[in-house]
Design a protein around this ligand. Structure first.
Ligand SMILES: [Zn+2]
Length: 185
């Protein structure tokens, strides 16, 4: 099946996607060419089309699984928590110092500044900008995430492994999304 990754039309509504606006797209080779959703891997989709798409979880899960695999070779991001609904990783080092949550049902990269983490998990008003699909997923996972990652010290202890100096770091092959191009540092 032909990939739609280079098209500028959303494959879900067949209308143009403004490349300067916010849109969703996966990236990386995480589906076999004979997979039914292969044409949608890498395709640019309007958020309003992607969020209610019935096939969204089927595309998102293998995409998140690819991230998990890639992060194992990433000198900057490390796993902080994972269960069968969410993958949480963190890069505790400045200038990034962020936590990333990826839900298997959405594939979106939800970023939280590490310094904001305690308030973010405690106060729903701090999470007001979450997309509805991520909010729904978080509501099912929040208690477990809070228990596993209650504070910044815990996240640092889980993810603050010895880092490869940036100048000599080997750059692993990583899936990236247009919204989060700065995975490396
Ligand atoms: Zn669309």
């Amino acid at each position: 099946m032909r990939s739609l990754a280079t098209a500028t039309r959303c494959p879900l509504c067949d209308k143009p996607v403004n490349l300067l606006a916010d849109y969703f797209a996966t990236s990386g080779d995480f589906l076999a060419p004979d997979h039914p959703l292969y044409p949608y891997a890498g395709a640019k989709m309007h958020w309003d089309c992607y969020e209610p798409w019935p096939c969204r979880p089927e595309l998102a899960r293998p995409f998140v699984e690819a991230w998990i695999k890639a992060n194992r070779a990433n000198p900057y991001w490390a796993e902080a928590y994972r269960d069968n609904q969410v993958y949480v990783s963190a890069n505790p080092m400045p200038p990034i110092a962020e936590v990333s949550l990826r839900f298997y049902e959405t594939g979106n990269d939800v970023r939280v500044p590490l310094d904001d983490w305690p308030l973010w998990i405690a106060d729903k008003d701090r999470r007001a900008d979450l997309r509805e699909m991520d909010r729904e997923c978080l509501s099912r996972s929040l208690d477990r995430i809070r228990a596993a990652l209650p504070d910044i010290v815990t996240i640092r202890s889980l993810t603050g492994r010895t880092r490869v100096p940036i100048r000599s770091a080997a750059v692993p092959t990583m899936p990236t999304t247009p919204r989060q191009p700065r995975w490396q540092v």
